[in-house]
Design a protein around this ligand. Sequence first.
Ligand SMILES: Cc1ncc(COP(=O)(O)O)c(C=O)c1O
Length: 403
Amino acid sequence: MITNRANRLEHVHSDIRGPLYTESQRMRSEGIDVLRLNTGNPATFGFTMPDSVKNALLNNADKAVAYCDLKGMPEARQAILNYHLSKGFKDITIDDIYIGNGVSELVSMCLTALLNDGDEVLIPAPSYSLWTNSTYIAGGKPVFYTCDESSNWYPDIDDMRKKITSKTRAVVIINPNNPTGAVYPKEVLEKIIALARENNLIIFSDEIYDRLLMDGVEHISTASLAPDMLVITMNGLSKSHCICGFRCGWMVISGSKGKADDYVEGIFQLAAMRLCSNALTQLVIPAALDDFESTRAMMIPGGRLYEQREATMRELAKIEGISCVKNSAAFYVFPKLDIKKFNITNDKKFAFDLLHEKQIFIVPGSGFDWQTPDHFRIVMLPEPEQMAKAVRDIGDFLKDYRQ
Ligand SMILES: Cc1ncc(COP(=O)(O)O)c(C=O)c1O
């Protein structure tokens, strides 16, 4: 008997861990040293967990032996509550907080609980494929709204408005954004909120990079501007405390919960089914949320992420045929290629060719549901020197590259 995968997986895609990844693994197995600029995984580039996190884990491990509350340990949820109250969330309690095995698990949970077949979710393009793939798997249909490169990669509100239909259930905001590193100002968020309010949409706000800010930019949580709307905010420690492998994320359900009792009950059902999320990692949440300094130190002049961003931008500016909006958060940039100059018609081929010729693994724009083959994402995690060399190598590769 031939067994096929479920139809729901037909459109699920990952270029971060897809065919390019498989090819890079093959090359590595042959002893070729590949620079993997594909994942935002700081520990693979020598970032270590802060002492605050390490001590909280080592000193408390005995407390994490049993299944804990299905929403998460009370001490951890209290710390999360305090954090979000300090960011201007209103009328939330620890009952509105669910801890999960990373934001990844919670995204899947809240979309599975919401969507019926054919329901639509507005998702940014470009965007990290988690939301898109989870929508497909939940039986929904991702509908992409454009983020506008000529306006600092802010969401194009007119485009968003045009994409709303009678089937639209929710809008996803990723702020700060992956892959563009953009941080949205209050006016942009207010326009999205107004549109969601007019059309009765749930807002999902993925704010996992909210502490990774540069250049004095301030992060505003969507929920703080929309106390009357159902907003589900995602956050976690993978990036801010460089502990992706801990699988530690959470969501906060805020706003008009009264009208969403049944939906919230559905989320509860799914959280109950998986018993609880990893309790060991929950032990570190209070200490981590008390320790902003270790994150901040990476983002200021002299800090690793800041200097890596500077090195990346400086070297990108020297490449003819590339332009790039400077990011002010996270550790990604999404440069634009002059596809006429390089005659590029297929961005995956561009990525494969770069991998083979320079042993650098970047993810093409199509991996972020960007429709034209003119962008790619760089993960800026190597040390500044190595980062600068990698970008120079990309420039060198492009000198003679024509598809
Ligand atoms: C925007 C965004 N959301 C969520 C995640 C996944 O987070 P977690 O490690 O908590 O599952 C990532 C990982 O890169 C991300 O970029």
